[in-house]
Design a protein around this ligand. Structure first.
Ligand code: FES
Length: 134
């Protein structure tokens, strides 16, 4: 008589616990969450990107670099180690503050771990002096 109700209660409690665990795991790497970048969105003017350096656009999750005069490149700003948004561009590298990985501004290759995978390339378009997401 009371057994079916008890079983239902146990099942509900188990389901709630599973949902709570699922949410916690999803939030663990939450630094990179947020709205997706929009193609055609203007990121910057070419003059905003230093030669031999770069600039991080946290909202778009993109890093734009200029390894040589007029050579603009873009990469995901989401660190391939554990998903933090990279923090700085300095001395030829894109740097993650979470665990100190760094990546080359020319091709996104790992220059210091713990990351083992390069930053994936991002698509940009340069028209005149405007840099937009492609
Ligand atoms: S998340 Fe970037 S180094 Fe760990």
């Amino acid at each position: 008589m009371t057994l079916p109700a008890s079983r239902r209660t146990v099942l509900l409690a188990t389901g709630t616990a599973a949902l709570a665990v699922g949410c916690g795991a999803q939030d663990a790497g939450g630094d990179a969450s947020g709205p997706s970048p929009t193609p055609g969105q203007e990121l910057a003017r070419t003059a905003d990107i230093p030669v031999g350096g770069g600039r991080i656009f946290k909202d778009a999750k993109v890093v734009v670099t200029q390894p040589a005069q007029g050579d603009f490149r873009a990469f995901s700003a989401v660190c391939t180690h554990q998903g933090c948004i990279v923090a700085t561009v300095a001395d030829g590298t894109i740097n993650c503050a979470c665990h100190k990985s760094s990546f080359a501004i020319g091709d996104g290759a790992v220059t210091a771990g713990p990351a083992t995978e390069p930053l994936p390339a991002a698509k940009i378009a340069v028209k005149g002096d405007a840099i937009t997401l492609a």
